[in-house]
Design a protein around this ligand. Structure first.
Ligand SMILES: [Zn+2]
Length: 121
């Protein structure tokens, strides 16, 4: 059941991306696919993202896992893309923006899974 839910979610994600790309007539321009955060200390750019008591995983790892699944869907749909990272590396935010601009990307998808600890206001 869990796999079915994930498959449905990813299909919706792909349909949304394809719709966005086709609506703007940007099919030849790559989508910039940003797996938020990343990197392992002592990398100065290392940023694990959100980690809470409710979610023992680093946000960076979840973001990368989802980005790699979206990448596979983009490959299947023959939609060009550029990824901010495909491994656990730190990429400065300004470099991500520069890469997207340099490649003439007009669609920027940044994947995050933010959360907070209970009791925080
Ligand atoms: Zn985040």
């Amino acid at each position: 059941m869990k796999t079915l839910k994930c498959t449905s979610w990813f299909c919706l994600c792909l349909i949304g991306l394809m719709s966005l790309v086709s609506q703007h007539g940007l099919a030849q321009r790559p989508v910039y696919l940003d797996a938020g955060h990343g990197g392992i200390p002592p990398d100065p750019e290392a940023d694990p993202g959100t980690v809470t008591v409710l979610n023992p995983y680093n946000e960076k790892d979840i973001n990368l896992a989802v980005a790699l699944k979206v990448k596979a869907l983009l490959d299947m749909a023959n939609i060009p893309y550029i990824m901010s990272r495909q491994t656990d590396t730190g990429v400065p935010v300004i470099r991500r923006a520069f890469q997207a601009d340099s490649a003439n990307c007009t669609t920027f998808v940044s994947i995050h899974h933010n959360s907070s600890n209970p009791g925080y206001q």
